[in-house]
Design a protein around this ligand. Sequence first.
Ligand SMILES: *Cc1c(COP(=O)(O)O)cnc(C)c1O
Length: 396
Amino acid sequence: MNIYLDNAATTKMSRTAINAMLPYMDTVYGNPSSLHSAGQTAAEALTRARQQISRCIGAEPEEIIFTSGGSEADNQAIISAAQMGRKKGKSHIVSTAFEHHAVLHTLKKMEKEGFEITLLDVHENGVVLPDQVEAAIRDDTCLVTVMYANNEIGTIQPIEEIGRICRARNVLFHTDAVQAAGQLEINVKEQNIDMLSLAAHKFHGPKGIGILYAKKGAALTPLIQGGAQERGRRAGTENISGIMGMAAALEEACAHMEDNSRRLRVLRDQLIAGLSQIPHSILNGDAEKRLPNNVNFCFEGIEGESLLLLLDDKGICASSGSACTSGSLDPSHVLLAIGRVHDVAHGSLRLTLSAENTEEQITYTIKAVKEAVEYLRSISPVWRDLVSGKRDFIIK
Ligand SMILES: *Cc1c(COP(=O)(O)O)cnc(C)c1O
């Protein structure tokens, strides 16, 4: 068995995306800034990709800026909004406690530069309420940035309502929609989104390419200085093959979104039902307001990392959902944000599906996780204390 259940980390490229890229790594190699025909052929492809992508998200082609991925798009959105705000004497930013680090670390940087950051609580179900956003906005607020769907627990945020509030209060609204693309409807106009980030490798496109959508009139701060590419908003010769692959992948993902989501929801709910049978386990994040492909559990008395290794032995690629960066054993900031205590947060497992997964794989995975959790508990001193009553269970 070889089962890939880590699609929130990255996805396998689709055949369509690969095929769309091939000519641009082979015969069409001109620089789009060159005036000769080879360059112009590349420039025309770039124009087509921009149109394709803008159609998928309800934007105008000139509102699409190509970046190196989701992180760069998040950085540029926040830094730009902050600088636009500062010019108007506004230095307050509203976000949530469980954003991706590309957002949180950029906010930290802005804080050092004198901005005040309000991080909203996301409650036990991992969903922020529009009223909280409304209440947090002040006269000096220059930006609200709230992710569309969380990358660890898959919870979906009420971005349309947040967009409406921001528009009414005249505050810029950015959303990190990296996990939403291909799974949830995106229409920047209808949803009142001023800036939005996407990463191709999360929707079966290539790695190292993404987009920042920025509403017409937004003054973007370039993170990279140099040539006049992307109308001066992002210098450097364009990654044409990546862009072509991304455009094809996004178009394909959007075309199949409803069918895929319907199918994935069934598999997801089978997985949730199966894993819920494990005693002292809990689903992280709202069961309803949740990406069609996301399952995230905590199992008391075990270490998520050990569980991952056992599952890997059984052919299952999963994640603990926590980036245990550089050997530090800090539990996931997302799980802490929804109120999981450290001990429980350490026993997490994230399984994220794609259209390639089958019912047989789900059945096999449920069995494998049950066995692995049982085994890890059988050798865990913490578990022994819990069972003997020396310690109280946190997850009932
Ligand atoms: C993956 C991810 C990112 C980062 O995207 P990269 O393309 O890897 O830079 C940002 N935000 C979210 C929600 C993500 O899931």
